[in-house]
Ligand binder design. Structure first.
Ligand code: PMP
Length: 355
């Protein structure tokens, strides 16, 4: 007689048993306002690189840590190449940073609600997630700096503009967290291009601040998976170790470099279109009797009952948005990406029919 073989589920590490696979509906739809990507498509210089790429880009390994991409980012952002770590999307950079700076069992603090992947990254790395509710609407949905610090977490994550609320963390609250945190502070600026001021320069010479950014949103390259973070050289070297080599493909690196070197005006025009459409879209939502949160991003969060059913009804009309159920302090809500006005007008029409 042989002993019973363990089931696969018994082999998995205990912290993984709390996790489910990340899934969201990804069926094609006429107007996809569900993932806050760039509605204008891909920067033209990047597309030209893809068109002209020779076979060696596929047959050979890329550079270990994205040296050319660091050069381009360095020229653009005015920080040293040794202050930049790149990755397979900023997801990869965030995950690697969390792994580099906390041991199994340490706490990971973040505002709630925030980027839905944060608890995943915590569990994946054996950390204990410590969600801290955002302050209320009367405080502009600012982060609760004291609450985050009170967790004494080894890593504190702040997202500004915050996904899914679209709201900003005040500079004052962020500074307080940076000054008083016992460990690493990650500021996620995935949507900063739509908001203005970045902390990238602030990360220079600050030993505990890592500012994560991405080419998935304003730069229109979500499918290529290119993210990066800026911090002191000693910090980014540790993230790089944890991340490992070859995470940005050769083609993605070349396309990203072309976009950063040659297409920043194209990116700026896209940002200007979103900013121009933002207030009229908010006003149109208010005219429908809705009460959207104030937004500094390329999306807006709209509290609404029965969000899941409403999102399904909108999908029937060819418009995809992201439903949330029971968000802390907010309840059910739809998160709707904002693009140029010619796309928002049909979205308003579909919403009018569904409400
Ligand atoms: N941070 C935030 C706040 C996000 O919303 C996203 C994407 N949804 C990411 C990071 C990850 O972006 P990517 O991996 O595409 O760079």
């Amino acid at each position: 007689m042989t002993a019973d073989k363990p089931r696969a589920a018994d082999l998995v590490r205990p912290s993984y048993r709390r996790m489910s696979l990340y899934t969201s509906v990804r069926a094609p739809v006429a107007l996809d306002l569900s993932d806050n990507t760039n509605q204008r498509g891909v920067p033209p210089a990047a597309l030209a690189v893809a068109r002209d790429a020779g076979p060696e880009i596929y047959a050979r390994y890329p550079s270990h840590y994205g040296a050319d991409l660091k050069r381009a980012l360095s020229d653009w952002l005015g920080v040293g190449p040794d202050e930049i770590v790149t990755g397979c999307g900023s997801d990869d950079v965030l995950d690697s940073a969390i792994r580099a700076f906390a041991e199994t069992g340490d706490a990971l603090a973040f505002p709630e609600p925030t980027f839905a992947m944060l608890p995943y990254f915590g569990h994946m790395n054996g950390l204990v997630p410590k969600p801290v509710p955002l302050l209320g609407s009367d405080r502009g949905y600012d982060i609760d700096a004291e609450g985050l610090l009170a967790t004494k977490a080894k890593i504190i994550y702040v997202c500004t503009p915050n996904n899914p609320t679209g709201t900003l963390a005040s500079r004052e609250a962020i500074e307080h967290v940076i000054q008083a945190a016992p460990g690493l502070v990650i500021v996620d600026e995935a949507y900063v291009e739509y908001a203005g001021e970045s902390l990238v320069r602030r990360a220079k010479g600050e030993g505990r601040l890592l500012v994560a950014r991405t080419l998935s949103k304003a730069f229109g390259m979500a499918g290529l998976r290119v993210g990066y973070a800026v911090g002191a050289p000693e910090l980014v070297a540790e993230v790089e170790k944890s991340r490992g080599p070859y995470k940005v493909t050769g083609l993605a690196e070349r396309m990203a470099v072309a976009a950063i070197d040659h297409d920043r005006a194209w990116v700026e025009r896209g940002i200007a279109e979103v900013v121009a459409a933002r207030d009229p879209f908010i006003r149109a939502l208010e005219e429908l009797g809705l009460a959207p949160l104030p937004t500094s991003s390329n999306f807006v969060l709209v509290p609404i009952s029965g969000a899941k059913a409403k999102a399904a009804a909108l999908r029937e009309k060819g418009v995809a948005v992201r439903p949330f159920e029971g968000l802390a302090g907010i309840g059910d809500a739809l998160r709707i990406s904002i693009g140029p006005w010619e796309l928002m007008a049909p979205a308003v029409a579909a919403l009018r029919e569904v409400l």
